[in-house]
Design a binder for this molecule. Structure first.
Ligand code: KG4
Ligand code: ZN
Length: 366
């Protein structure tokens, strides 16, 4: 069976064609048009621009992936959650192709895609043995969720962010430092050589007796710290990183000032605060729910320190517990993970007609 996957929920127009034979999967072609260069100028994704760029790229990208290929057996498309401007483009393209080729359609939840991204090791892969029940932490630019997976395809969201997502917090704080979008990778690069104990940032909601997250306050404390303190810029990582209005500020009314803190220390301390919250909440859920597998997915799962810390803590708690995270290529938004979930749904004949399929920016996984 061949599945064409289409993903356009944020700032990547991604299309993939996969072939499935029993448990063996082959990625026949995958192409992603990234909009990062355009959104960089604005320090984050601008929904109207994202929609226009998806509309411009979707057909050329599909054409390139389908070059020399027969029509697929199934089309899988991300219907939500995400930006409505982007989702509409992917869904409309999928609908048109379904009608033209007379091929069935599958609606895929983006978060479900990130969950199953841990099964894709490279271009040829066998379905990994996620053992159920499983617990998934999905952290990206738009989402931070803890999901209980009782058995394959049976989801229950047990916790989520009440304000900003973890990736959004990385991106907004990076913007304060005048680092380019997406800020997560830049902050983690600076953090590598910094002192993570230099600044005592808050760990929001860590001691609350639930599995929810909150990152807006952390971003605000980063802002206040930068206003009140001097940051020493050392070893610039990106050549076009310019001085932020908060960097090397002359203090007017200094309060609680800290001296000799570098941007590396700032980033390491900030990153550590996010990691402590993500790992702390996951461990809390893990102790209560007792899964057989823990899954870490979403763009923030590309963070090396987060992976290492979570893996080490899980191993400390229960060495038999399986920990899965995606290979770096598939940690970011991609259409291969959408095609893979599309296959699972097609296998169960969970189709949606082209007349009924709809983009749903707030689609909750269930
Ligand atoms: O899953 P994704 O590609 O798109 C969404 O669905 O949002 O995630 C993108 C997010 C961005 O916020 C980006 O800053 C973050 O993932 N990210 C990272 C790292 N790499 C990407 N955050 C922290 N550390 C990283 N190494
Ligand atoms: Zn995503």
């Amino acid at each position: 069976m061949k599945i064409l996957g289409i993903e356009s929920s944020c700032d990547d127009t991604s299309v993939a064609l996969i072939k499935v034979n029993k448990n063996d999967f082959i990625v026949l072609a995958e192409k992603t048009a990234s909009q990062i260069e355009i959104h960089k100028k604005y320090g984050g994704v601008v929904p109207e621009i994202a929609g226009r760029m998806h509309a411009e790229k979707i057909l050329p990208v599909i054409e390139e992936v389908m070059k020399g290929q027969d029509k697929p057996d199934v089309i899988a498309v991300t219907c939500g959650p995400g930006l409505i401007t982007g989702l509409l483009v992917g869904v409309e393209a999928a609908k048109s192709l379904s009608y033209l080729w007379n091929v069935p359609l599958v609606a895929v939840n983006h978060i479900e895609g990130h969950i199953h991204s841990v099964e894709i090791s490279h271009e040829q892969f066998s379905i990994s043995n996620i053992q159920y029940p499983a617990l998934a932490l999905i952290a990206s630019g738009g989402h931070t969720e803890l999901i209980w997976i009782k058995s394959k395809g049976q989801y229950k969201k047990i916790g989520a962010t009440v304000d900003d997502a973890a990736g959004e917090c990385f991106d907004k704080t990076a913007k304060l430092l005048n680092l380019e979008y997406p800020g997560g990778p830049k902050i983690s690069q600076y953090a590598e050589t910094g002192n993570n104990k230099a600044i005592n940032f808050p760990r929001p909601m860590l001691d609350k007796n639930n599995y929810d997250f909150s990152f807006a306050g952390l971003k605000t404390s980063a802002l206040y710290w930068l206003k009140d303190n001097k940051l020493i810029m050392l070893n610039k990582i990106t050549s076009n990183t310019t001085k932020s209005k908060y960097l090397n500020n002359q203090k007017v009314f200094p309060t609680n000032t800290q001296e000799n803190i570098t941007i590396h220390d700032f980033c390491a301390s900030f990153e550590q605060a996010i990691i402590d919250v993500l790992v702390g909440k996951t461990l809390k859920a893990l102790k209560k729910y007792q899964p057989k597998t823990v899954i870490l997915g979403g763009g923030v799962s590309a963070n090396k320190k987060l992976r290492q810390t979570l893996a080490a803590e899980i191993n400390k708690l229960s060495p038999k517990l399986k920990f899965l995270s995606p290979s770096l290529k598939y940690a970011m938004d991609n259409a291969t993970m959408i095609a893979l979930v599309g296959y699972y749904k097609a296998f169960k004949k969970e189709y949606t007609s082209w007349q009924n399929i709809k983009a749903n920016p707030n689609w909750e996984i269930e």
